[in-house]
Design a protein around this ligand. Structure first.
Ligand code: MN
Length: 260
């Protein structure tokens, strides 16, 4: 939810000239079980033909695997994917020169309780406390190294992995990835391929060449699902490969397979 709003708000800031305004509005519709988060700006707006491919991933990316910078098209495709994962929808209204309004609609169940439906307080005492120790033991533990240069992806994966109970180390380029692997011996490495200073492929090769780190499981991540990517990653020494934006279910499954 935080990532969705950060992406929409920073997008609004980016396309709104100085002196303009940005507004976040939240409306709960209990009757239809929907909550709408609308981000409105007084920015440059978009023509209808520009809105057609707005939520498609990587529309602004070029085809080079070694490209240094991600295009701005990634933010909105992430919003779209994250909203989908929450069983919601995204819509946009825009007028050139007047501004845009992005609305994320999510399923919502009102939790406001009718007082008459509350149970007798004396009965509440008989409800046993949840076994917190049992809940704790279901969480995985361990150190994961996340090598990734793109801030939005770092945020999402960091939040997701820490929520699962992992300790997450972050490397922002290939050199840091190799250094942290050697210094911290993580249980698993998530390795972005397109990174500055040293690419993920080079970093994987170096980690594999060092006997201390040679057996650490590595999942390669790449923003462009190009043919041959998988082979290149596995050839360099990665155990598995996922394309971005990362599907959390696939990531969890891939990690579970390698950590067992
Ligand atoms: Mn990258």
């Amino acid at each position: 939810m935080k990532q969705i709003l950060v992406n929409l708000l920073s997008n609004a800031v980016k396309f709104t000239p100085e002196g303009g305004s940005i507004r976040l509005e939240v409306n709960g519709d209990a009757e239809h079980g929907v909550v709408d988060f609308s981000v409105q700006d007084t920015g440059i707006g978009m023509a209808p033909e520009d809105m057609k491919h707005l939520f498609e991933p990587f529309v602004q990316l070029d085809g080079s695997l070694n490209r240094a910078q991600e295009g701005t098209g990634l933010g909105l495709s992430l919003v779209y994917r994250l909203t989908e994962m929450h069983s919601g929808s995204v819509s946009v209204e825009s007028v050139v020169g007047q501004g845009s309004c992005f609305t994320v609609s999510l399923p919502w169940q009102s939790t406001s309780l009718d007082k008459s439906s509350l149970p007798d307080p004396s009965q509440l005492k008989t409800v046993p406390e949840p076994e917190s120790a049992l809940v704790e033991s279901c969480h995985p533990s361990g150190v994961i190294l996340l090598a990734e240069d793109q801030e939005a992806t770092i945020q999402i994966l960091f939040d997701y992995l820490t929520t699962l109970g992992y300790q997450v180390l972050i490397a922002r380029d290939g050199v840091e990835a190799v250094e942290l692997s050697q210094a911290k011996h993580p249980e698993l490495i998530l390795m972005d391929i397109q990174m500055p200073v040293k690419s993920g492929l080079e970093a994987i090769k170096e980690i594999r060449a060092d006997t201390d780190t040679a057996t650490i499981p590595i999942i390669a991540l790449t923003a462009l699902a190009m043919s041959g990517d998988r082979e290149r990653c596995l050839e360099a020494g990665a155990n598995d490969y996922l394309s971005k934006p990362v599907n959390m279910k696939k990531l969890t499954a891939a990690m579970a397979a390698l950590l067992n």
